[in-house]
Structures are given as C-alpha cells and as structure tokens.
Design a protein. Structure first.
Length: 188
C-alpha cells in the first residue's frame, strides 16, 4: 500500500491553515523549516488575471530521490505504507550534508535556522495515522482542499490527475499525490 495526498486546487484559498496546523502539531519553531508550504501563483494582467495556490509537502514518492542520496541511511521508505521518514539523530545536519535537499525535486527536506540543523519533513502525521486519523493539515483545512489515504482509494474517489498549476509530475520519482487542478479560463 502507498499512502499519499490529494489536493483540490480549485478549493484552496491560500489561508495557510494547513501550514500553521502542521507547525503547531509537530512543534516546528518559527523560521525557515516548514513541513507544508503554500505557493501563490499569479499570472496575467487586468482584466485577464489568474490566481491559484499550491499546497506542497513531502509527496512520499514511490522512488524518492532523498533515500539513496543520504550517505548515512537516515531516510527510509516504510514498506507497510510507503511513508518516507527521517531519523534526525542519524542525520549529519545541513552544515555537513544537505544531499537529500539537493536530490529532492520538490524541496521537501527542511532545515531549521539553528547551527547544523538536522533534516525534518512531513511524515504524514504517523502518530495520527496509527490512530486511523487524517494528517493534521487535512483536518485543519477549512476549505477541505486536502485529503490523504491509500493512493488507490484516492484515485477511486478523485480520479488520477497528476499535474496542477505550479506542479510537474516526475515519472522518475512518482510522487504520491493527486490533484483537481485549477485551469486558466477566460474568467479566471
């Protein structure tokens, strides 16, 4: 089984509730590290404007580039659910190594502001997953733009759209994320 995310780009208003919920739940201090991010995409000129948001995190790729990039095997992909996790104690830290960050197309590995910060990233809220609860970003989204679960179940429920505005699917990495993309239109 492969766990993954679904993101409805047509529902996201860029409120950052998912980011705040994640930082709060995981005690990620204020600063550069953010396990979930929201990007604003603005295009065009008045009166033909287009605005969309893209909420991103680790996509728990089927073939994650970060795992083989780590020289001390601090990053693993769990067999039971496909979640990519990091052992922060094993991690060499940003000052000595940031190969995972360099390898990740989606820039999911995060480092705090402290000296030789250890890598951290979305773990699909393993503590909540064990209790059969959704990740805190999903639970905290007031627009219900996020969902998570087994990728096959998400496909059956939402379809198999692999790309969205601001996101390019990698056939090599196979990120575990599905979308309802927001399309540019005459009134977007």
């Amino acid at each position: 089984m492969q766990m993954g995310f679904y993101f409805d780009q047509t529902r996201c208003t860029g409120c950052y509730a998912c980011v705040v919920a994640c930082k709060d739940w995981h005690d990620v201090p204020a600063g550069p590290a953010s396990w979930r991010k929201v990007t604003t995409i603005e295009q065009g000129e008045f009166p033909d404007l287009f605005v969309a948001f893209l909420a991103t995190s680790c996509y728990h790729c089927t073939q994650p580039a970060c795992v083989p990039a780590c020289p001390v095997e601090a990053i693993i992909k769990r067999k039971e659910d496909g979640v990519v996790v990091v052992d922060r104690i094993k991690c060499l830290g940003k000052d000595q190594c940031d190969l995972c960050w360099q390898a990740c197309t989606y820039r999911a590995p995060q480092f705090g502001a402290e000296r030789n910060a250890r890598m951290q990233m979305c773990n699909l809220c393993l503590d909540r997953l064990e209790e059969r609860k959704k990740p805190i970003c999903v639970a905290g989204c007031p627009m219900r733009a996020l969902d998570s679960g087994p990728l096959q179940e998400l496909k059956a429920k939402y379809g198999d759209a692999r790309e969205a505005e601001g996101f390019a699917y990698s056939d090599e990495l196979k990120p575990s994320v599905l979308f309802r993309p927001k399309f540019k239109g005459p009134s977007s």
